[in-house]
Design a protein. Structure first.
Length: 1012
């Protein structure tokens, strides 16, 4: 029979004739055949199948083999023996190489025929061993796919137990050798199909034998993290990713990122290769895994890897956006990479040059998916341009290309950026490590206490929250680097853009500490503020003078500063009549904080009036004498005037006992005796007391020129010019002469959100009379400490005239906690207020533009002694948590209610400095018209500032990484009892022990220990 068949297939008969004869041979299989014949037929058909010259011969071989194997099982079992199979797999067949896929196909077919025979078990156990050996030889994709097909049909051939783990690992490694040589699409598809078959087999094994999964993944990681330059694993490994159960992600990433044995170079390599997988056309969840690993690395603060990988791969990921099949995954990864890379514009600027052409391609793409994709993409670009503003020349073309696309709101951008930063990645993946010190939910940055420097920190945060001042500082074009203003500018830039939760303002502190302030000891923050403003003012004047006196390049020669761009006019007249000083000649400090005050003294005998004008940058408000515990001490004047040089008459050191107030028609000043019975003192009360006429009598008598003798006189202070920012200092520190100590007045003072300051117009002044200076013993001091060196002007006014109430909204409060100014703790509250959004009632009631205070009690303007009218905002009209609490390193949200009630809850914590923002009246002010001192938005960061911020951000990441690694090493050897504090509490600590001011201090192992 076999001879006939062999002769037949080799003959020249036509195919139909051959088929007819083959049919007869197949039918003959049912009949009795001798063992020898049977074996001869099996041999022949095997030869036809494996070595057949054409498809017909191979087909005939299968047909006949199948027929005879079915009817003569015992003979077939004998033929398809263990030795035969081993021979095929180990030696091949005739001229056929053992690695030829046809051999696996043949065995696969024979297994089907053998399946119900007892000997199949023996064959299975042979194959269990053999497939492992074959896989270890790194078969080509074609053979491996055949093998996978056979093992999928006959799972009994899959190695078991330990061998199963080994088999999976070897299979993974084999996939890593699957290099695609295809150039035609058909070949490419075939290649992908083969890879898919193999990865499907692995998936099935993982499902059936879950213990094989983790070793397989370890093998994947071992392969992709290899730094051997001679071997580049195939991206076909990407086909495995979709088969890894997603619930494994946390476990896998955690064990990877916290494994001390994984070197940085290996992790970098692995991450890069995973990012390459994004190019695999059928890969699912590659983006998910890549992002999980990126986040995991951020959580353990391995920032060096993240920086390296991002810069290395960002352009490749970007280039994948051109291909619809892998576009979505690539965009997800690109977004994460760009949004999380917040310390420097470097990564974004790598892709900027390719952006416009991508947008144009997407726009012309026409696919519905392109449109949705373009939308996502432009949102990302908007976020990045927002994060790194200040490169208009780079972004111009992009803005043009996306101008008709919707732009996300600023709130949304901020939210997205906030959530994406490496420093905000949750550390839940790396439990046992302390929580990362990222920015607080407020997005604001604290200031680290450098050792009793909370007086500075609270003032700096307050100045930072003075929005218009901050914007002006940031928009100054300063040439030098050594001026104090430059240092403030840098500090503001860092506070606005740093990734740090808290910044150590060391350089600013060193430059700004008054020489008489002992390092390391507590100081008076009010004194510091006044000193600071004075320094800025004098510095600007000096620089301006240098520029004007010297040649054109004097500024460059001076080398230590520049001048604000808005201070460019004419001649230098350092000392000049202030009334002739134009607005543009003012320094920034004068523009923002400067007001003018007049002191009028009327002789009570001849009624002649002497008046002098002085500039001020803050008003020091004394407590009324009856409002304090007495001991021969007046409300803080005695001490503070010497110490602080209160501008309202620094010379009143000796007027204490004789001070007497005429509360002329001012019912808001409570009678001295009934202090206990009336509601607590309010800020307007104190301003009224400040502005109330004062009788100079007894040893304070006034020397009247006209009378040529000492006379009783009445002294009155009036505000002539209202500053943009009104700084009010409550003179809480009273000098107790008997004990030679300064005592603190702990009285609670009610703080209204809105106040009106009576401002007298300049009009109708009488002719000036020559007059001796008032007996101000401290005039020199006052002169020295007031912000400008301008001459004091003395005038005589015949009649007071118009009083205009100027509205102010509270924007910051500096609190002092403790019993004396040399001890205790400062912290501050602040909120964003600009010059036209503090007056809530106005916004809602536009019907009467002529009178903004229409809905509120109108103050009795024009009266000789103007009290302040209060303008409380309606309760509940403000969002509850629109205030920030700055307590050194720590910044939290809080509410105005909390600010108001702090003293009643913490009796030692009292408001000390208040800053109010002048509110523009709509009938007189156009947008931005407040003396030209309002900027509508945050100015773009100047290049040098951006570079400085970037540099510091990098430093921060390095610090974090170093400390995280140190902690990880320690954690490996110690048990982890550590738990960071639950830092949500927005109550300020009443004192500042080591654990107080540190602000979530626990995890921060560097400077916070210095906090007092
Ligand atoms: Zn007189």
């Amino acid at each position: 029979m076999d001879k006939i068949l062999e002769a037949l297939v080799g003959s020249t008969h036509s195919v139909p004739v051959k088929r007819a004869i083959v049919k007869k041979v197949v039918e003959a299989a049912e009949k009795e055949v001798t063992v020898e014949q049977c074996q001869a037929l099996y041999s022949l058909t095997t030869r036809l199948i494996l070595l057949g010259e054409d498809a017909f011969q191979r087909q005939v071989g299968f047909q006949v083999l199948e027929a005879y194997a079915r009817y003569h099982r015992a003979e077939f079992e004998r033929f398809f023996s263990r030795e035969f199979v081993l021979g095929l797999l180990q030696q091949g067949y005739g001229t056929l190489d053992r690695k030829d896929p046809a051999i696996v196909d043949y065995i696969h077919s024979c297994l089907r025929l053998l399946i119900s025979c007892p000997s199949v078990l023996e064959i299975f156990s042979v194959l269990q061993v053999e497939v492992l050996r074959v896989v270890c030889e790194r078969p080509e994709p074609a053979l491996c796919a055949r093998l996978a097909g056979m093992l999928s049909d006959f799972v009994q051939c899959i190695p078991r137990d330990k061998a199963a783990v080994l088999f999976c690992q070897q299979l993974v490694r084999t996939i890593a050798y699957f290099h695609c040589t295809a150039s035609q699409e058909r070949e490419l598809r075939e290649y992908v199909t083969q890879v898919t078959k193999v990865s499907t087999l692995l998936q099935n094994i993982w499902k059936a034998e879950p213990t094989t999964l983790l070793p397989s993944l370890q093998e994947v990681f071992a392969i992709i993290s290899s730094t051997d330059p001679s071997f580049d694993p195939s991206i076909a490994l990407a086909s495995l990713v979709q088969h890894i159960p997603l619930q494994m992600i946390t476990l896998v990433i955690k064990s990877l990122t916290t494994d001390q044995n994984v070197k940085d170079a290996s992790m970098t390599q692995a991450l890069c290769r995973m990012i390459d997988w994004l190019s695999w056309p059928l890969a699912h969840y590659v983006d998910t895994w890549v992002i999980a690993l990126l986040k995991g690395l951020a959580a353990v603060q391995k920032f060096t890897i993240l920086i390296d990988v991002t810069l290395l791969k960002i352009e490749l990921v970007f280039s994948r956006l051109w291909y619809p099949i892998v576009r979505q995954g690539a965009l997800t990864v690109l977004s994460h990479m760009l949004l999380s890379f917040q310390h420097s514009p470097e990564a974004f600027h790598l892709v900027v040059p390719h952006t416009v052409s991508l947008i144009q391609m997407l726009k012309s793409g026409g696919l519905p998916s392109s449109k949705a994709f373009l939308h996502q993409f432009t949102e990302l670009i908007h976020c990045m341009m927002y994060q790194y503003s200040g490169f208009p020349e780079l972004y111009e073309n992009i803005l043009e290309a996306i101008k008709d696309m919707p732009k996300p709101s600023e709130e949304k951008i901020k939210l997205v950026l906030n959530q994406s930063a490496w420093t905000s990645q949750s550390n839940s993946l790396a439990s046992g490590l302390p929580r990362l010190m990222g920015k607080s939910e407020t997005g604001k940055t604290g200031l680290i206490n450098l050792g009793n420097t909370c007086y500075m920190n609270s003032i700096l945060q307050t100045l930072f929250m003075a929005t218009d001042f901050r914007r002006h500082v940031l928009s100054l074009h300063l040439s030098g680097t050594h001026t104090l203003m430059k240092k403030l500018q840098l500090l503001f830039a860092i506070l606005a853009h740093t990734q740090r939760a808290a910044y150590a303002p060391r350089s600013f502190f060193d430059a700004s500490r008054p020489p008489w302030f002992t390092a390391g000891s507590q100081q008076d923050c009010s004194e510091y503020l006044r000193y600071l403003l004075d320094r800025f003012h004098e510095e600007e004047k000096t620089i301006r003078a240098l520029m004007l006196t010297g040649p054109k390049h004097a500024n460059a020669d001076a080398g230590n500063g520049g001048t604000p761009s808005n201070c460019t006019d004419g001649r230098q007249h350092e000392v000049e009549d202030p009334s002739e000083t134009g607005e543009e000649r003012k320094t920034l400090i004068e523009k923002m904080f400067g007001g003018r005050l007049s002191t009028g003294i009327r002789c009570l005998r001849c009624h002649s009036v002497s008046e002098k004008e002085e500039p001020f940058t803050d008003l020091s408000l004394a407590f009324q004498p009856a409002a304090q515990t007495r001991g021969g001490v007046d409300g803080g004047r005695a001490s503070t005037s010497a110490h602080q040089g209160a501008v309202n008459g620094g010379g009143e050191t000796s007027d204490i006992p004789g001070r007497e107030r005429q509360a002329a028609g001012d019912s808001s000043v409570p009678p001295a005796d009934s202090q206990q019975a009336v509601p607590p003192l309010s800020v307007p009360d104190m301003v009224n007391y400040f502005l109330a006429p004062e009788i100079l009598d007894e040893e304070n008598k006034y020397y009247c020129e006209r009378c040529s003798s000492l006379q009783r006189a009445e002294k009155t202070l009036r505000v002539l010019e209202a500053p943009e920012y009104l700084v009010l200092t409550l003179l809480r520190f009273a000098y107790d002469a008997s004990c030679h100590v300064r005592r603190k007045i702990l009285d609670n003072v009610a703080i209204p959100l809105l106040v009106q300051l009576p401002v007298h117009s300049h009009a109708s002044r009488g002719p000036s009379l020559p007059q001796a200076p008032s007996p101000d013993g401290g005039e020199n001091l006052a002169k020295k400490l007031k912000p400008s060196g301008e001459d004091v002007e003395e005038r005589e006014t015949e009649e007071r005239t118009q009083v205009e109430p100027v509205p102010y909204a509270l924007c910051a409060v500096v609190m002092h906690s403790g019993m004396s100014s040399e001890s205790g703790h400062y912290y501050s509250y602040g909120r964003n207020v600009s010059s036209n959004d503090g007056l809530c009632p106005q916004k809602d009631e536009p019907q009467d533009p002529a009178n903004p205070s229409d809905s509120n009690p109108v103050l009795p303007s024009g009266s000789s002694c103007s009290p302040l009218a209060l303008q409380e905002a309606p309760q509940g009209s403000l969002p509850p948590r629109d205030w920030f609490l700055f307590n050194d390193s720590r910044v939290t949200f809080t509410s105005f209610q909390s600010v108001q009630s702090i003293t009643s809850r913490f009796p030692k914590d009292t408001a000390y400095i208040l800053i109010y923002r002048k509110q523009s009246l709509r009938h007189s002010q156009g947008p931005g018209a407040t003396n030209g001192v309002r900027l509508s938005s945050e100015p773009p960061l100047q290049k040098d500032l951006m570079e400085a911020v970037t540099k510091d951000n990098k430093l921060f990441l390095q610090e974090q990484e170093l400390s995280a690694r140190t902690r990880a090493l320690q954690a490996a050897s110690a048990s982890c009892s550590f738990r960071p504090n639950g830092s949500d509490d927005n109550e300020p600590p009443g004192s500042c022990g080591p654990s107080g001011g540190g602000g979530g201090g626990g995890g921060f192992n560097t400077v916070s220990r210095l906090v007092f």
